[in-house]
Design a protein around this ligand. Structure first.
Ligand code: MTE
Ligand code: MO
Length: 531
């Protein structure tokens, strides 16, 4: 692609020839990549979740209007975060290319473009609830790296594309060497990659495993009996009664899992209390520990979805801690805050019920809380949806009023009270030929935490309701498994439905309601293929 200009008059001053467009675009993309790589590294080194990339993503999540959030979850389900990060990456590639095209024509414009992108990252980091003064380091260093990479690449490119440089006094073009640009761009790309990888490694170097080992296996004063035999129907395709930690659903507003060391953690209890209390992990573990078997449900549970699971939790009574602090008259809201800025509004009345079992949990299924589920400490209240009660990585509890403070989901169109809704779902269906038709076996789960489930009925094709065989009762705060064998089912497609009855004799309502604003209702309905 070298241009032969020897036949032109040697005195002519060529107009500054812009670089090929694709080179300009590539330069912009690489400069943005360099900035992000350096940002990751800086964020990792200062051990803070201050990576501008994640901060922009988090800010985006927090600012997402409810309709867009619903759309994203509908489209991508629990992959909505991957979709967001991928979308952001594509947008950044486009913006980087745009900046590069500007820089190709006018260096100053390109620099201005990088600065604008850098400032967006800086603002996002500054508005994160978990940013400290040192947290602005990452976006600032990133900005410098981005501008530096842009200038370096432009220089290399202009050296490499002869038409873009002025001629030598003798009128001959400089030797054509694309190698300069190739070398520089490879160096920038490799540097960005290495910085990202190192940043990740540094960022995850808070040794959660060591901190978890310190919590170890705890000895509660009240331990649970083993899950009764016959509590589940896993052999028939049903769910296990206890959900393994690795399979337990996860809901996080933030993009990265906070990694706390046990030594750094403390919980402040303040606001409308007689005595403010600050608890360290040692303080907490020195208290009386209790164990409870509790089923968690997310308010986003939609008929049949997997946003429900059961674990054995060990922790301390939240009521006892609050009795020590002395809740003042008029306080009706427990406002809990996570280290990542998530907040939940929990009714004081519910938590202060003597037999409610609201707790600050430190163990999940015999292990220290996994980082994903809130290590070192999370809150939980049997019978309330997670979004109003189950704050992970909890660091602050303020006694206040609903009139004074709104938690994370409230302004986003969700209820500020969240008792779980009585529900049942079909988990599996299988059929075997018997006689002239088939026997169809359905398994499922039913829950109405803090009340308990006594029965489940199933039906096919709006036929008569038939009682299911109930799994052994694992306690009123846990779900109950069921299995039903429907006989004489003809081959073909059928509609199966289930409904539960709770310990108060209330039958699960048929009235359908979506998850928003305070939980889904209705009968779970599935199509089963027989034969
Ligand atoms: N810090 C923090 N805590 C949180 C959330 C969150 O996004 N951030 N989500 C809540 C919601 S909506 C639910 S349903 C439960 C889920 O807990 P899990 O992720 O351990 O299953 O955690 C609650 N606690
Ligand atoms: Mo949730």
């Amino acid at each position: 692609m070298s241009t032969d200009v020897r036949d032109r008059p040697s005195t002519a001053v060529p107009a500054p020839h812009p670089l090929p467009r694709r080179v300009g675009a590539l330069i912009g993309v690489l400069a943005v990549a360099a900035a992000l790589g350096v940002a990751h590294l800086a964020a990792g080194l200062v051990q803070l979740p201050s990576s501008p990339y994640l901060a922009v993503g988090n800010a985006f999540i927090d600012l997402t209007p409810p309709w867009l959030k619903t759309f994203a979850v509908d489209q991508f389900g629990t992959n909505d975060k991957t979709a967001l990060l991928t979308g952001m990456a594509l947008v950044l590639v486009a913006l980087g290319a745009g900046v590069g095209l500007l820089a190709r024509c006018d260096t100053r414009l390109g620099v201005a473009g990088v600065v604008v992108l850098g400032l967006v990252g800086l603002v996002a980091v500054l508005t994160r609830p978990d940013t400290t003064a040192v947290g602005v380091l990452a976006p600032l260093v990133a900005l410098v790296a981005g501008v530096g990479a842009l200038l370096w690449l432009l220089h290399a490119a202009r050296t490499s594309w002869p038409a873009a440089v002025a001629r030598t006094p003798r009128g001959t073009v400089l030797p054509v060497s694309r190698r300069t640009f190739l070398g520089t761009s490879t160096a920038v790309a490799a540097g960005a990659g290495v910085a990202t990888v190192l940043g990740r490694a540094a960022g995850s170097s808070v040794d959660v495993a060591a901190a978890q080992a310190r919590v170890g296996t705890l000895t509660p004063v009240t331990t649970l009996p083993a899950v009764p035999a016959g509590a589940d129907f896993t052999a028939d395709g049903g769910l296990p009664f206890i959900t393994p930690n690795a399979d337990f659903y996860r809901i996080d507003t933030a993009l990265s899992v906070p990694r706390l060391s046990a030594a750094d953690w403390s919980l402040r209890i303040h606001g409308m209390v007689d005595r403010e209390i600050t608890l360290t992990l040692d303080d907490l573990l020195a208290r009386e520990l209790v164990e409870q078997r509790v089923t968690f449900t997310c308010v986003s549970y939609d008929l049949g979805s997997n946003l429900v699971g059961t674990a054995d939790w060990v922790g301390v009574s939240l009521r006892d801690v609050l009795l020590e602090a002395g809740v003042q008259d008029g306080a009706d809201q427990i406002f809990s805050t996570s280290v990542d800025g998530f907040t939940a509004s929990t009714p004081v009345d519910t938590v202060m019920e003597p037999d409610r079992g609201a707790m600050l949990a430190v163990n999940m299924n015999g292990e220290p809380l996994p980082a994903e589920h809130g290590f070192p400490v999370r809150m939980l209240v049997p019978g309330l949806f997670g979004f109003v009660s189950a704050t992970k990585w909890i660091v602050d509890i303020e006694l206040t009023t609903y009139a004074d403070k709104q938690a994370y989901w409230t302004p986003r169109g969700w209820s500020d009270h969240g008792p779980v809704k009585q529900a049942s779902k079909i988990v599996s269906g299988s059929s075997v030929a018997s006689g002239s038709g088939f026997t169809t076996t359905l398994t499922g789960a039913a829950w109405d935490q803090h009340t308990g489930i006594t029965g489940v009925e199933v039906r096919l094709d709006d036929g008569p309701w038939q009682p299911a065989r109930m799994g052994a009762d694992g306690g009123r705060d846990a779900w109950r498994m069921w299995r039903a064998d429907l006989t004489g089912v003809p081959a073909g497609e059928h509609t199966a439905q289930c409904r539960a009855t709770n310990a108060e004799g209330t039958q699960q309502t048929a009235t359908p309601a979506p998850p928003n604003p305070d939980g889904a209702t209705g009968w779970h309905t599935v199509r089963v293929k027989v034969g």
